[in-house]
Design a binder for this molecule. Structure first.
Ligand SMILES: Cc1ncc(COP(=O)(O)O)c(C=O)c1O
Length: 301
């Protein structure tokens, strides 16, 4: 079986797909998407929390008033077939819905909606940073909020905000950005949710901080509570990032990545802390089917 990128678009499987250059979603960022991972697990290739990702995909489309023409079960089946056809033992899966049209103009009325899903080989998002930790810079760009763009939707246009923040951080020598919410509290990374450890407890911003409600964030909360760690979802002040004992990002792409420096200050002793390491190990066990407690989150192909 091949190991190439596999694509399904509008009902057909292929290795590539063409899109007109004047496509509305390319011009105006009007697409919606998802990011899902498949892992090589104990009992075969499995897709992590597939149902929750497809649910969020459909909700993103609903928020942007896009009619996809496919339901929850249809898309779940396509993702499973695609991963199977790809021959990949582990991969990143990108469902994407967009206005596939070459008539210039902002209106979406009468424009065809296309859906594609791609399965691509993908390693650690932050490379060696996944183990040794990364440095972050608090962005001068604030996170979008519901008065401007819906943070809860994975709308491609939302990610212009993420790109600005991430590029700014990298240009300043840091590896990733941390964005503050419109009301001045810690929100999240450009493509990751954030947790800090304070007095042995796990803290993470709530929905009120304009975050994407990450599926990995929910996974970490459940794994932590199951391990007896107290978790609070509350506003986090900027200075708490400087004084916390540990910090980490989480997300489908980032998995669990320790943060060891923020704005040139060491987080804790400047190395990944014990709670971060423990949660990272548990997360790996969960996604690869090595934790009996959370096996219900694995969808075998
Ligand atoms: C802005 C943003 N926050 C958080 C996350 C983490 O979400 P999830 O864990 O569902 O991948 C992502 C990735 O999808 C993201 O793009």
């Amino acid at each position: 079986m091949s190991q190439k990128t596999a694509i399904w678009m509008d009902g057909k499987f292929s290795e590539s797909a063409d899109v007109p250059v004047l496509t509305h979603s390319l011009q105006y960022g009007s697409g919606v998407f998802e990011g899902i991972r498949a892992y090589s697990s104990k009992d075969g290739v499995s897709i992590f929390r597939l149902s929750d990702h497809i649910k969020r995909f459909l909700n993103s489309a609903k928020i942007y008033s896009m009619e996809l023409g496919y339901g929850q079960k249809d898309l779940e089946e396509v993702v499973k077939s695609l991963v199977k056809r790809s021959g990949l033992a582990s991969c990143y899966i990108r469902p994407f819905a967009f206005y596939n049209d070459h008539n210039i103009g902002l209106s979406t009325e009468g424009k065809k909606v296309s859906v594609f899903i791609a399965a691509v080989p993908f390693g650690a998002y932050f490379g060696a940073g996944k183990e040794k930790g990364i440095s972050c810079k608090i962005s001068s760009w604030h996170r979008i909020n519901s008065m401007i763009l819906p943070p809860e939707a994975k709308g491609s246009g939302n990610y212009a905000n993420s790109v600005l923040a991430s590029s700014e951080a990298k240009a300043s020598g840091a590896e990733e950005a941390i964005l503050m919410s419109g009301n001045g509290y810690v929100a999240e990374g450009p493509g990751e949710n954030i947790f800090i450890v304070k007095d042995g407890k796990l803290l993470t911003p709530s929905k009120d901080a304009d975050i994407l409600l990450g599926i990995t964030r929910d996974t970490i909360i459940k794994i932590a509570e199951n391990s007896g760690i107290v978790v609070h979802e509350r506003n986090i002040h900027r200075e708490e990032l400087y004084t916390c004992e540990e910090a980490f990002f989480c997300g489908t792409a980032a998995e669990l990545t320790p943060i060891v420096r923020i704005d040139s200050r060491k987080v804790g002793n400047g190395r990944p802390g014990p709670i971060t390491k423990m949660l990272s190990e548990k997360y790996s066990a969960v996604v690869t089917g090595n934790d009996a407690e959370f096996k219900g989150w694995l969808y075998y192909i």
